[in-house]
Design a protein around this ligand. Structure first.
Ligand SMILES: [Zn+2]
Length: 172
């Protein structure tokens, strides 16, 4: 498995992530007419990744769901994370709902699936009052703006620095 060099994760946890894909059932065909299905693989990957990288949500109750397709304004959306509303929290004891695009998930390898689950878990956190909350992305930007204006603010600069370090690690 091509785990990134920069991924600080115990070898046993990497093996466990690989095992998730082999040992959890994956819905081969979408069930006609169903709005949602359970994403068992994401749930098991989530357990491993929360322990390693997201201690602040270790007690959060998280639903991992599939939708057959997800897109916004014609663009494919791979997944999204939201805090459960009061009604859902009351009825189902859930703090966060993570939705994954089943059609897109099928085309992702194990590393990309784990990165996607980690991404969605990064949206889940706690605020200063210890209440669960969601966190927005570090940057929201257009590549055309960066092409025109360069690293014009601190967030873009930080993102660029991280990207630069990753590019240096790529085999020539
Ligand atoms: Zn996101």
């Amino acid at each position: 498995m091509n785990w990134p060099e920069t991924l600080r994760l115990e070898p046993s946890a990497k093996l466990a992530l690989e095992d998730v894909v082999n040992s959890n059932p994956f819905l081969g065909n979408w069930i006609e007419g169903e709005a949602y299905a359970n994403n068992h693989q994401a749930r098991e990957m989530g357990r491993i990744l929360i322990e390693a990288f997201h201690p602040e949500i270790q007690h959060a109750r998280i639903a991992y769901l599939f939708r057959e397709r997800m897109q916004t304004k014609g663009t494919v959306v791979h997944a999204k994370a939201k805090r459960a509303g009061a009604q859902l929290k009351h009825l189902a004891d859930i703090d966060f709902v993570l939705e994954f695009n089943w059609t897109a998930w099928r085309g992702l390898d194990t590393v990309a699936r784990a990165a996607l689950v980690d991404h969605e878990l990064t949206h889940c956190s706690r605020n200063d009052d210890e209440e669960f909350c969601t966190v927005p992305h570090d940057i929201e930007e257009f590549h055309t703006i960066v092409a025109r204006w360069g690293l014009w603010n601190r967030d873009v600069k930080t993102f660029s620095d991280v990207l630069h370090r990753q590019l240096e690690l790529l085999p020539a």
